[in-house]
Write a protein that binds this ligand. Sequence first.
Ligand code: MLT
Length: 265
Amino acid sequence: MPFATVRGIRLIYDIRGHGTPVLWIHGFPLGRWLWDPQVEALGAVARSIAVDLRGFGGSSVPEGSYTMDSYAADLRGLLDILGIDQAVLAGLSMGGYVAFAFYAAYPERVRGLILADTRHQADTPEVRANRYAVIERIRAEGTRAAVEAFLPRLFGGTTQRERPERVETLRRKMMTNPAAGLIGALQAMAERPDRTDLLPSIRVPTLVIVGEEDAVTPPDVARQMAEGIPQARVVVIPRAGHLANVEAPEAFNEAVWAFLQELAK
Ligand code: MLT
Protein backbone atom coordinates (compact mmCIF):
# COMPACT_ATOMS: atom_id res chain seq x y z
CA MET A 1 0.00 0.00 0.00
CA PRO A 2 1.65 3.28 -1.04
CA PHE A 3 2.40 5.81 1.63
CA ALA A 4 4.18 9.13 1.73
CA THR A 5 6.00 10.75 4.60
CA VAL A 6 4.68 14.28 4.70
CA ARG A 7 5.38 16.87 7.40
CA GLY A 8 6.71 14.13 9.67
CA ILE A 9 3.69 11.83 9.37
CA ARG A 10 2.73 8.89 7.18
CA LEU A 11 -0.18 9.29 4.77
CA ILE A 12 -1.65 6.22 3.09
CA TYR A 13 -3.03 6.71 -0.39
CA ASP A 14 -4.12 4.85 -3.50
CA ILE A 15 -3.24 6.13 -6.95
CA ARG A 16 -4.92 4.80 -10.10
CA GLY A 17 -6.06 5.73 -13.58
CA HIS A 18 -4.97 8.17 -16.26
CA GLY A 19 -5.92 11.72 -17.06
CA THR A 20 -6.52 14.83 -14.99
CA PRO A 21 -5.14 14.42 -11.46
CA VAL A 22 -8.02 14.27 -8.97
CA LEU A 23 -7.32 14.32 -5.25
CA TRP A 24 -10.28 12.69 -3.48
CA ILE A 25 -10.83 13.88 0.10
CA HIS A 26 -13.13 11.79 2.28
CA GLY A 27 -15.64 12.98 4.88
CA PHE A 28 -16.22 12.00 8.50
CA PRO A 29 -15.95 9.32 9.90
CA LEU A 30 -14.90 7.76 6.63
CA GLY A 31 -11.68 6.97 4.78
CA ARG A 32 -10.12 6.76 1.34
CA TRP A 33 -12.31 3.71 0.60
CA LEU A 34 -15.24 6.13 0.34
CA TRP A 35 -14.11 6.78 -3.21
CA ASP A 36 -13.89 3.17 -4.41
CA PRO A 37 -16.99 3.65 -6.63
CA GLN A 38 -15.25 6.56 -8.38
CA VAL A 39 -11.59 5.55 -8.69
CA GLU A 40 -12.14 2.49 -10.87
CA ALA A 41 -15.05 3.83 -12.92
CA LEU A 42 -13.30 7.10 -13.79
CA GLY A 43 -9.95 5.47 -14.54
CA ALA A 44 -9.97 6.57 -18.19
CA VAL A 45 -10.39 10.29 -17.40
CA ALA A 46 -8.88 10.75 -13.94
CA ARG A 47 -5.57 9.97 -12.32
CA SER A 48 -7.11 9.44 -8.91
CA ILE A 49 -5.32 9.91 -5.62
CA ALA A 50 -7.48 8.79 -2.69
CA VAL A 51 -5.86 9.48 0.66
CA ASP A 52 -6.55 8.75 4.32
CA LEU A 53 -6.33 12.11 6.06
CA ARG A 54 -4.14 12.25 9.18
CA GLY A 55 -5.88 10.38 11.99
CA PHE A 56 -7.95 8.17 9.64
CA GLY A 57 -7.53 4.60 8.36
CA GLY A 58 -3.88 3.66 8.05
CA SER A 59 -2.42 7.17 8.19
CA SER A 60 -0.53 8.42 11.25
CA VAL A 61 -2.46 9.70 14.24
CA PRO A 62 -0.21 12.47 15.50
CA GLU A 63 -0.85 14.10 18.84
CA GLY A 64 -1.83 17.74 19.04
CA SER A 65 -4.65 19.71 17.57
CA TYR A 66 -6.08 19.05 14.14
CA THR A 67 -7.27 21.85 11.87
CA MET A 68 -8.58 22.16 8.33
CA ASP A 69 -5.36 24.03 7.57
CA SER A 70 -3.20 21.15 8.78
CA TYR A 71 -5.12 18.64 6.66
CA ALA A 72 -4.69 20.98 3.67
CA ALA A 73 -0.95 21.38 4.28
CA ASP A 74 -0.61 17.57 4.43
CA LEU A 75 -2.34 17.29 1.07
CA ARG A 76 -0.16 19.94 -0.51
CA GLY A 77 2.86 17.99 0.74
CA LEU A 78 1.46 14.82 -0.83
CA LEU A 79 1.00 16.55 -4.21
CA ASP A 80 4.60 17.81 -3.95
CA ILE A 81 5.91 14.31 -3.34
CA LEU A 82 3.88 12.95 -6.26
CA GLY A 83 5.17 15.76 -8.51
CA ILE A 84 1.65 17.03 -9.24
CA ASP A 85 1.52 20.77 -9.85
CA GLN A 86 -2.22 21.09 -10.13
CA ALA A 87 -5.10 18.78 -9.25
CA VAL A 88 -8.84 18.83 -9.14
CA LEU A 89 -9.83 18.62 -5.48
CA ALA A 90 -12.89 16.51 -4.83
CA GLY A 91 -14.13 16.70 -1.25
CA LEU A 92 -17.22 15.20 0.31
CA SER A 93 -18.62 16.93 3.38
CA MET A 94 -15.65 17.32 5.75
CA GLY A 95 -13.53 16.73 2.64
CA GLY A 96 -15.16 19.86 1.21
CA TYR A 97 -14.17 21.82 4.33
CA VAL A 98 -10.60 20.66 3.70
CA ALA A 99 -10.87 21.60 0.01
CA PHE A 100 -11.92 25.14 0.99
CA ALA A 101 -8.91 25.42 3.33
CA PHE A 102 -6.66 24.12 0.57
CA TYR A 103 -8.03 26.60 -1.98
CA ALA A 104 -7.66 29.49 0.50
CA ALA A 105 -3.99 28.64 1.11
CA TYR A 106 -2.80 27.25 -2.25
CA PRO A 107 -5.15 28.38 -5.04
CA GLU A 108 -2.42 28.01 -7.67
CA ARG A 109 -2.40 24.23 -7.05
CA VAL A 110 -6.11 23.81 -7.82
CA ARG A 111 -7.31 23.01 -11.36
CA GLY A 112 -10.96 22.65 -10.39
CA LEU A 113 -13.21 21.80 -7.44
CA ILE A 114 -15.79 19.11 -6.88
CA LEU A 115 -17.74 19.96 -3.74
CA ALA A 116 -19.98 17.06 -2.81
CA ASP A 117 -22.55 17.13 -0.01
CA THR A 118 -20.76 19.88 1.84
CA ARG A 119 -21.32 23.42 3.08
CA HIS A 120 -19.44 26.71 3.21
CA GLN A 121 -20.85 27.90 6.56
CA ALA A 122 -19.19 27.29 9.91
CA ASP A 123 -20.98 25.27 12.59
CA THR A 124 -23.93 26.76 14.43
CA PRO A 125 -23.43 26.85 18.24
CA GLU A 126 -25.74 23.81 18.57
CA VAL A 127 -23.81 21.73 16.04
CA ARG A 128 -20.51 22.73 17.67
CA ALA A 129 -21.76 21.78 21.14
CA ASN A 130 -22.95 18.43 19.80
CA ARG A 131 -19.49 17.71 18.37
CA TYR A 132 -17.92 18.26 21.80
CA ALA A 133 -20.55 15.97 23.32
CA VAL A 134 -19.65 13.26 20.79
CA ILE A 135 -15.96 13.77 21.65
CA GLU A 136 -16.76 12.99 25.29
CA ARG A 137 -18.61 9.86 24.25
CA ILE A 138 -15.69 8.73 22.07
CA ARG A 139 -13.35 9.24 25.03
CA ALA A 140 -15.58 6.94 27.07
CA GLU A 141 -16.65 4.39 24.45
CA GLY A 142 -14.19 4.63 21.56
CA THR A 143 -14.80 4.74 17.80
CA ARG A 144 -18.22 3.09 18.11
CA ALA A 145 -19.64 6.31 19.63
CA ALA A 146 -18.71 8.32 16.52
CA VAL A 147 -20.11 5.70 14.18
CA GLU A 148 -23.38 5.53 16.11
CA ALA A 149 -23.71 9.31 16.17
CA PHE A 150 -23.06 9.83 12.46
CA LEU A 151 -24.14 6.71 10.59
CA PRO A 152 -27.92 7.29 10.84
CA ARG A 153 -27.58 10.71 9.18
CA LEU A 154 -25.28 9.71 6.35
CA PHE A 155 -27.57 7.64 4.14
CA GLY A 156 -30.77 8.79 2.49
CA GLY A 157 -34.10 7.07 3.10
CA THR A 158 -33.99 5.28 -0.26
CA THR A 159 -30.68 3.55 0.51
CA GLN A 160 -31.73 2.71 4.06
CA ARG A 161 -34.90 1.06 2.74
CA GLU A 162 -33.65 -0.58 -0.43
CA ARG A 163 -29.95 -1.26 0.18
CA PRO A 164 -29.38 -1.77 3.92
CA GLU A 165 -26.34 -3.93 3.12
CA ARG A 166 -24.52 -0.84 1.85
CA VAL A 167 -25.06 0.82 5.22
CA GLU A 168 -23.67 -2.24 7.03
CA THR A 169 -20.60 -2.45 4.79
CA LEU A 170 -19.75 1.16 5.52
CA ARG A 171 -20.39 0.75 9.23
CA ARG A 172 -17.71 -1.95 9.34
CA LYS A 173 -15.23 0.25 7.48
CA MET A 174 -15.92 3.26 9.70
CA MET A 175 -15.18 1.15 12.77
CA THR A 176 -11.55 0.78 11.62
CA ASN A 177 -10.81 4.47 12.29
CA PRO A 178 -8.77 5.24 15.42
CA ALA A 179 -10.65 7.11 18.14
CA ALA A 180 -7.94 9.75 18.59
CA GLY A 181 -8.12 10.76 14.93
CA LEU A 182 -11.90 11.07 15.10
CA ILE A 183 -11.61 13.34 18.13
CA GLY A 184 -9.09 15.47 16.24
CA ALA A 185 -11.40 15.72 13.24
CA LEU A 186 -14.43 16.69 15.34
CA GLN A 187 -12.40 19.50 16.90
CA ALA A 188 -11.18 20.61 13.48
CA MET A 189 -14.76 20.73 12.18
CA ALA A 190 -16.05 22.53 15.26
CA GLU A 191 -13.41 25.25 14.99
CA ARG A 192 -13.35 25.65 11.21
CA PRO A 193 -13.97 29.12 9.81
CA ASP A 194 -16.94 30.23 7.77
CA ARG A 195 -16.05 30.28 4.05
CA THR A 196 -18.79 32.56 2.71
CA ASP A 197 -16.24 35.27 1.90
CA LEU A 198 -14.04 32.82 0.03
CA LEU A 199 -16.73 31.78 -2.46
CA PRO A 200 -16.54 34.78 -4.85
CA SER A 201 -12.75 34.50 -5.01
CA ILE A 202 -12.87 30.89 -6.28
CA ARG A 203 -11.68 31.26 -9.86
CA VAL A 204 -11.71 27.65 -11.04
CA PRO A 205 -14.49 25.58 -12.58
CA THR A 206 -16.50 24.06 -9.76
CA LEU A 207 -18.97 21.20 -9.70
CA VAL A 208 -21.32 21.15 -6.73
CA ILE A 209 -23.00 17.77 -6.23
CA VAL A 210 -25.63 16.95 -3.66
CA GLY A 211 -27.93 14.05 -2.91
CA GLU A 212 -31.58 15.01 -3.15
CA GLU A 213 -32.21 13.32 0.24
CA ASP A 214 -29.14 14.78 1.97
CA ALA A 215 -30.30 15.86 5.44
CA VAL A 216 -26.84 16.98 6.66
CA THR A 217 -25.98 19.38 3.83
CA PRO A 218 -29.27 19.70 1.93
CA PRO A 219 -29.75 20.77 -1.71
CA ASP A 220 -30.71 24.32 -0.66
CA VAL A 221 -27.30 24.76 0.95
CA ALA A 222 -25.61 23.40 -2.17
CA ARG A 223 -27.50 25.84 -4.39
CA GLN A 224 -26.64 28.76 -2.14
CA MET A 225 -22.97 27.74 -2.16
CA ALA A 226 -22.92 27.41 -5.95
CA GLU A 227 -24.57 30.82 -6.37
CA GLY A 228 -21.63 32.35 -4.52
CA ILE A 229 -18.96 30.73 -6.73
CA PRO A 230 -18.52 32.40 -10.14
CA GLN A 231 -17.93 29.25 -12.25
CA ALA A 232 -20.06 26.72 -10.41
CA ARG A 233 -22.84 24.43 -11.49
CA VAL A 234 -25.01 22.19 -9.34
CA VAL A 235 -26.07 18.62 -9.95
CA VAL A 236 -28.71 17.14 -7.65
CA ILE A 237 -28.54 13.34 -7.47
CA PRO A 238 -31.95 11.65 -7.11
CA ARG A 239 -32.57 8.89 -4.55
CA ALA A 240 -29.33 9.65 -2.68
CA GLY A 241 -28.53 11.17 0.70
CA HIS A 242 -25.33 12.61 2.19
CA LEU A 243 -23.12 9.90 0.66
CA ALA A 244 -24.32 10.54 -2.88
CA ASN A 245 -21.18 9.02 -4.44
CA VAL A 246 -21.85 5.67 -2.72
CA GLU A 247 -25.63 5.71 -2.89
CA ALA A 248 -25.95 6.60 -6.57
CA PRO A 249 -22.49 6.07 -8.07
CA GLU A 250 -23.65 5.99 -11.69
CA ALA A 251 -25.28 9.42 -11.59
CA PHE A 252 -22.45 10.83 -9.49
CA ASN A 253 -19.79 9.49 -11.86
CA GLU A 254 -21.64 10.76 -14.91
CA ALA A 255 -21.57 14.29 -13.49
CA VAL A 256 -17.88 14.05 -12.62
CA TRP A 257 -17.02 12.51 -15.99
CA ALA A 258 -18.71 15.37 -17.86
CA PHE A 259 -16.99 17.93 -15.63
CA LEU A 260 -13.54 16.41 -16.22
CA GLN A 261 -14.12 16.16 -19.97
CA GLU A 262 -15.04 19.83 -20.06
CA LEU A 263 -11.94 20.75 -18.03
CA ALA A 264 -9.64 18.80 -20.34
CA LYS A 265 -10.81 20.71 -23.47
C1 MLT B 1 -19.14 14.47 7.08
O1 MLT B 1 -19.88 13.75 6.41
O2 MLT B 1 -17.95 14.68 6.77
C2 MLT B 1 -19.70 15.09 8.33
O3 MLT B 1 -20.99 14.61 8.55
C3 MLT B 1 -19.72 16.56 8.16
C4 MLT B 1 -20.19 17.30 9.36
O4 MLT B 1 -20.48 16.70 10.40
O5 MLT B 1 -20.26 18.54 9.27
